[in-house]
Structure formats: structure tokens, C-alpha cells
Ligand binder design. Structure first.
Ligand code: GDP
Length: 445
């Protein structure tokens, strides 16, 4: 692998999202010149705590919180203009200078792809109505219009950022789309229609404010890589929510796996240096869908309480479970994950015993194969190896050798069984509560 390739990395959630990627991207962004988001929308909800101050970023890559690091919203993202502008305002109010692409040179800090798709109010209308319609499978979406915006993208009827900036095109698009979506939503769900005139006015105004951030980010990223800059590609949600490889239909509408970094930014696969998967020391899942190692007893409540497992965007309590190695191995396989970052070690400090699922039993047969359908998932019997808990605090420990021996054993077991090397371990929500393994530090040096 060439030096140039090592200068880029994909970082993604290895599970069902909420793995603590936000913190890890923030910590690693120190090593990178650019952080580029490649999928999802303003449902990602990264929480970053810097010196006790909490930032929740839903759309803007958290790299922009570091001076000297640029943020890119790639073409694979669906952009809600109002959510974007609100987030920019929040950051500016917090005293962070946020300059757009128009600032040029090294001053430009935040860049939006001209090819990203735009979320409009009718996407939210359709999603809300459909999610609550009788007889539909509840996916547990965040009702932000993300799924319907991706539907329009694939249907080739979406509006892209470049079109948002063209006021004549924007007006016609909104008129036609409102006519169609209002008719559908009324016929299917009895929803009241949206007014295209005021929508056009609102979004034409928003377009003017967004214009300074817009550029051809594929060209920008490729030029940056050619110039030897370090680029991190940041995924949204987690690999098991990927539209192709996740637990369909309880998935997100985009490519959350490493492949999404390529299509979602316009940077070729030969330019990807390494893949880093972020996994909790246990597992959580928000919303509906299969979850073989879900804990039904008080241990689940303990993890939820200690890990504050409530959605950053929706506030929904997350379902908690034990580490699922067949799923982690699968995630590592489909992503080509080389390095793992294990987060929330400290959350398990009080567990007396830690069951880890090492294999599935399906219809009486031991297997490592992940079922493709819901019926298969329903028949999984997880086979556990029970490890001893360390029952002492790991909070804030930053050296592997200083972890309690049983915590070291747990991590080494996870590493051996998962097929990827542990590069970092997180022992608390703050930037400083992180350990980096020497071999991983050398890769990023
Ligand atoms: P993301 O979307 O993957 O970034 O995950 P979320 O932001 O939804 O959830 C991560 C939550 O866990 C945030 O509140 C973080 O501050 C917190 N967090 C991250 N790493 C750790 C850790 O190692 N220990 C503890 N206790 N909390 C952590």
C-alpha cells in the first residue's frame, strides 16, 4: 500500500449506529485535514464533548470543531437546507468561525457537494404519514424526510443542491413535486396539502445562504488527496443499517458501509487507505428490527443507565445487548475493516459477568452465517461464552496496560474473535478519555 493511500481512512459504525463515532471522529480529526460525510442526513446525531461542552451535530462533519480541519458534506448525503443553516448558526453562536467554499484557499472550512440531494418539506410529510399508516411495517425512522428524499434520488426525480441554487428550476420543481406529493399524501393518508408558493420563497431564501458553501466536492477531495492531504471519510449510522447489507427492511436508506464512502464522495476505491470500524464494548439498537443478543433483564437496564443509551436526535431509549461476534465479523467482512475502535468500555465496569455471543445456533446447527431474512433472525439462538467482569473503574484510563487484567482479557478476546485489530479504546465521553494502541498510532502518524 502506498503512502498516499495511507493518508485516507473510512471511519464507520460497525453495528447499528450510535457507537460513539462522533467522539472518535473528533479525536482522529486532529490527524486529518478534511473530514467528509458520505451518507445519511440530519438523523446522524453525533455527540462530541470538548472540555465539558456538549455539541450535537447532525449533518455537519464534526471535524469542523477542530481549527484547521475542513468539513465536507458529500454527494451521498441528503441535505435539509433548514437543518444545515440551523447547525451553521449554532456553531457560529458558539463562537466557531464557519467559512464556506467561497472563502477560498485555506480559509474555506465547510463545503457542500453540488450533487447532494435536497430534502424538502413534502419528504417529511410523506414519511410521517406513511410511518403512521395502518398496516405498514414500522421501521422506526426519525421522520425527517430522509428515506423519501433517497427514494426521489433513485426515482430520478430528486432536487440536487446545484438545482436548489437555480431559482427558476427550483420554482418549477417545487410546483410539480407539491402537486404530485400533495395528491399522493391526500389520497393515501388524508394529509392536508403543502403550499408550493411559500415553500419556494423559504427555500429560495435558504439557497442564497447555502450558496457560499457549495462546490464540486469530488474534485476538491481528489485534488486534496493528490496534494498529499489527509482525508477521513465519515459514515453515518452503522454497517448493519446499510440499505444493502443491513437487517433489511429495518435499515437506513443509504450506504452506511465502506463502499458508500466511494460512491458518496466521488473518490475512487484505490484512494482509500484503511477502514476503521467503531464498535461499542456491547451492542445497542434504536427502533425496530432483529437483535439476537438483546438483554431482557436488569443487566440491559444497567447498560442503558450507565451508557446513557437514549437517542441523541429522538431521545428514544436504546435497546441494549451483549457483544455479538458473528455480527461484528460480518460487519468487518463487508467493510474490509482493518482496525476497530472499542467505545464505552467504562459502561461495563459494574458487570459481574459478561456474556459474549460467539456463534449462532439456527435450526439446531451451529453457524456463523448471518441470515438474510427476518425469519432466519427470529430462529437464531445465540451461543454465549461468559467472561468475568472486571468490577472496577476503567473510566479515563488511557493506557492499555493500566486497564484491569480482566478488561484487557475482554478486549483481546474481542480482537481475536472479530478478525480486526483494536486500534483505540474509549473509556469515557471526553476527548481525553481515549487510548491509542502504538501500532495504530504509527499508521496515522
Ligand atoms: P455516534 O452517533 O456514533 O457518535 O453516537 P452517539 O453520539 O449517539 O452516542 C455516543 C454517546 O456516548 C455520546 O453521548 C458520547 O458522549 C458518549 N460516549 C462516547 N464514547 C464513550 C465512552 O467511551 N464512554 C462513555 N461513557 N460514553 C461515551
Amino acid at each position: 500500500m502506498s503512502q498516499n493511500q495511507r493518508k485516507t481512512a473510512v471511519i464507520l459504525g460497525a453495528q447499528w449506529g450510535d457507537e460513539g463515532k462522533g467522539k472518535i471522529v473528533d479525536v482522529l480529526s486532529e490527524k486529518f485535514n478534511i473530514v467528509a460525510r458520505y451518507a445519511g442526513g440530519h438523523n446522524a446525531g453525533h455527540t462530541v464533548i470538548i472540555k465539558g461542552r456538549k455539541f450535537i451535530l447532525q449533518l455537519i462533519p464534526c471535524g469542523v470543531l477542530r481549527p484547521g480541519c475542513k468539513g465536507v458534506i458529500g454527494n451521498g448525503v441528503v441535505l435539509d437546507p433548514m437543518a444545515f443553516l440551523n447547525e451553521v448558526k449554532k456553531l457560529k453562536d458558539a463562537g466557531l468561525p464557519i467559512h464556506g467554499a467561497d472563502a477560498g484557499g485555506d480559509t474555506g472550512q465547510l463545503f457542500v457537494s453540488n450533487r447532494a440531494q435536497v430534502i424538502l418539506p413534502y419528504h417529511r410529510m410523506i414519511e410521517l404519514a406513511a410511518e403512521n399508516a395502518p398496516g405498514r411495517t414500522k421501521i422506526g425512522t426519525t421522520s425527517r424526510g430522509i428515506g423519501p428524499a433517497y427514494e426521489d434520488k433513485m426515482h430520478r426525480s430528486g432536487l440536487r443542491v446545484v438545482d436548489l441554487l437555480n431559482s427558476a428550476l427550483l420554482r418549477t420543481h417545487i410546483e410539480n413535486a407539491c402537486h404530485e406529493k400533495n395528491t399522493i399524501a391526500h389520497a393515501l393518508f388524508g394529509t392536508a396539502p403543502l403550499d408550493p408558493k411559500s415553500m419556494y420563497e423559504d427555500y429560495a431564501r435558504a439557497a442564497e445562504q447555502i450558496a457560499p458553501f457549495v462546490t464540486d466536492t469530488a474534485v476538491m477531495l481528489n485534488q486534496a488527496i493528490a496534494a498529499g492531504q489527509r482525508v477521513m471519510f465519515e459514515g453515518a449510522q452503522g454497517a448493519l443499517l446499510d440499505i444493502d447489507h443491513g437487517t433489511y427492511p429495518f435499515v437506513t436508506s443509504s450506504s452506511a458501509t465502506a463502499g458508500g464512502a466511494v460512491t458518496g464522495t466521488g473518490v475512487g476505491p484505490t484512494q482509500i487507505g484503511t477502514v476503521i470500524g467503531v464498535t461499542k464494548a456491547y451492542v445497542t439498537r434504536v427502533g425496530e428490527g432483529p437483535f439476537p443478543t438483546e438483554i431482557g433483564d436488569a443487566s440491559g437496564d444497567l447498560l442503558r443507565a450507565r451508557g446513557q443509551e437514549y437517542g441523541a436526535v429522538t431521545g428514544r431509549p436504546r435497546r441494549c445487548g451483549w457483544l455479538d461476534l458473528p455480527l461484528l465479523r460480518y460487519s468487518n467482512l463487508i467493510n474490509g475493516t482493518e482496525w476497530l475502535v472499542v467505545t464505552k468500555m467504562d459502561v461495563m465496569d459494574e458487570c459481574a459477568e459478561i456474556p459474549v455471543c460467539t456463534c449462532y445456533k439456527i435450526d439446531g446447527k451451529m453457524t456463523d452465517v448471518i441470515p438474510a431474512d427476518m425469519r432466519g433472525f427470529d430462529s437464531i439462538q445465540p451461543i454465549y461464552t461468559v467472561l468475568k467482569g472486571w468490577k472496577s473503574s476503567t473510566e479515563g484510563i488511557t493506557e492499555f496496560g493500566k486497564l484491569p487484567q480482566l478488561a484487557q482479557d475482554y478486549l483481546r478476546f474481542l480482537e481475536r474473535e472479530s478478525g480486526a485489530k483494536i486500534g483505540m479504546v474509549s473509556t469515557g465521553p471526553d476527548r481525553e478519555q481515549t487510548m491509542t494502541m502504538p501500532e495504530f498510532a504509527a499508521v496515522l502518524a
